[in-house]
Design a protein around this ligand. Structure first.
Ligand SMILES: [Zn+2]
Length: 402
């Protein structure tokens, strides 16, 4: 699977070590999806050629997955029937470590709350007005109180996507909020949504306004597949990591000096004491500019509070993913630093590494059907509950400026 979408507000000139937008309010590849899509496509092409040459037998499909950031493209594709026919799905993500991605992620849902009131002169006849902005503010306050009473793996984020206009002397007749809620499972996310919807209805009742509730998208929680993770790890270990020139390392070092990073690299470094020691040694306590090693594979059911639309795929077919080094150690997610590094030779080396690992893993699975069978057997157990798509029927992907 390949992603290729960018992020708003992250325009940045390539290979610069200072913040330097290419265009005002422009978009940028702050999550490295330019590399993500290209490496996955490269792997698919390599496998296709091997099949055509008679070296491998099977079918490879490259899924172009649009709108991962804020639109959950794969979840829409999953809802509408894709991925079910597969023996396995593989993907990767750019990052600052060469590491198999393990554990679960949060399910999420994005919902828009549009309040409709009545406009009026804010001084002359405010009593004739019904403020949609008041309703939005009251909803926001209500949800903030709710936050104390949600489960530890749940979180709620929001934005005022329309505060009604810039004129304070108007009773605002329209206002919109977007909420993103997360929970450990889709079922729990839906329960949390009901509570938030009730707050929205309460805010409308308090202000004598109307609220229209519209789902924008959602993603399921990730189901890991340890058999496939091992196949990816074997290939990541076998393929050989890139080496870096002095010039590349000094660029990475200069970029690293532009952000604070107090955590050691790796997803669950702190959960596993042996791994923490290994990482401290390999990274020289987090000071090395580029993490030029493979993280040991460890099985973990750890929960990551973020979400990914790969989760929806993982509920339909055995799925695994990994990260490859494309930017300096500790580089913040969704940052201008990532955009700057996204066209560097460091990034291209990571992209090629990822393509080789995915192609190798795919060939491995085609040549060893017993591995696919074991992956399937694991999936049949872990996915026994079936797929509960968090996106309701009828919800269409929104056109979004990113
Ligand atoms: Zn991403």
């Amino acid at each position: 699977m390949g992603e290729y979408d960018a992020l708003s507000g992250l325009s940045q000139k390539a290979c610069e070590t200072v913040y330097s937008p290419l265009s005002a309010d422009g978009n940028g590849q702050g999550c490295g999806h330019n590399l993500l899509g290209a490496a996955s496509f490269g792997a698919a092409v390599a496998i296709k050629r091997a099949i055509e040459a008679g070296e491998l037998h099977g079918t490879v499909i490259f899924y172009g997955c649009p709108g991962e950031e804020g639109c959950a493209g794969k979840a829409f594709m999953a809802r509408d029937g894709m991925f079910r026919e597969l023996d396995a799905a593989l993907t990767w993500h750019p990052g600052d470590t060469n590491e198999i991605t393990v554990g679960s992620t949060a399910a999420n849902m994005q919902i828009e709350y549009a309040f409709k009131g009545v406009s009026a002169h804010a001084a002359s006849n405010p009593y004739d007005g019904r403020s949609a902005l008041d309703a939005a503010e009251l909803m926001h306050i209500g949800v903030n109180f709710l936050k104390e009473h949600i489960k530890p793996k749940e979180s709620v984020h929001y934005s005022f996507s329309d505060a009604g206009g810039i004129s304070p002397n108007v009773v605002q007749p329209a206002a919109k909020l977007i909420y993103m809620l997360r929970s450990d499972t889709v079922i729990n996310a839906k329960k949390l949504l009901t509570r938030i919807n009730n707050i929205a209805k309460g805010a409308a009742l308090m202000t004598d306004t109307e609220v229209t509730i519209t789902q924008l998208d959602g993603t399921a929680d990730m189901l890991s597949n340890k058999v496939l993770e091992c196949v990816l790890y074997d290939n990541l270990s076998a393929v050989g990591l890139p080496s870096y020139t002095e010039e590349e390392l000094s660029f990475a070092k200069a970029l690293k000096e532009t952000y604070n990073c107090e955590t050691l690299p790796g997803l669950q470094t702190y959960d596993i004491p042996d791994l923490k020691e290994f990482v401290i040694e390999k990274t020289e306590n987090g000071t090395k500019p580029v993490n030029d090693f493979v993280f040991p594979y460890y099985t973990s059911d750890a929960f990551s509070p973020g979400s990914t639309d790969v989760g929806d795929v993982s509920r339909l077919t055995p799925t695994a993913q990994f990260t490859a080094v494309t930017w300096p150690s500790g580089s913040p997610g969704h940052s201008w630093q990532n955009v700057s590094c996204g066209k560097s030779s460091i990034a291209y080396k990571g992209m090629l590494l990822a393509a080789k690992v995915m192609a190798g893993a795919c060939a491995d699975l085609m040549e060893n059907p017993e591995k696919l069978a074991r992956a399937r057997a694991e999936f049949e157990k872990t996915a026994a509950d079936g797929y509960d798509c968090p996106i309701e029927k009828g919800v269409v992907p929104r056109a979004q400026k990113l």
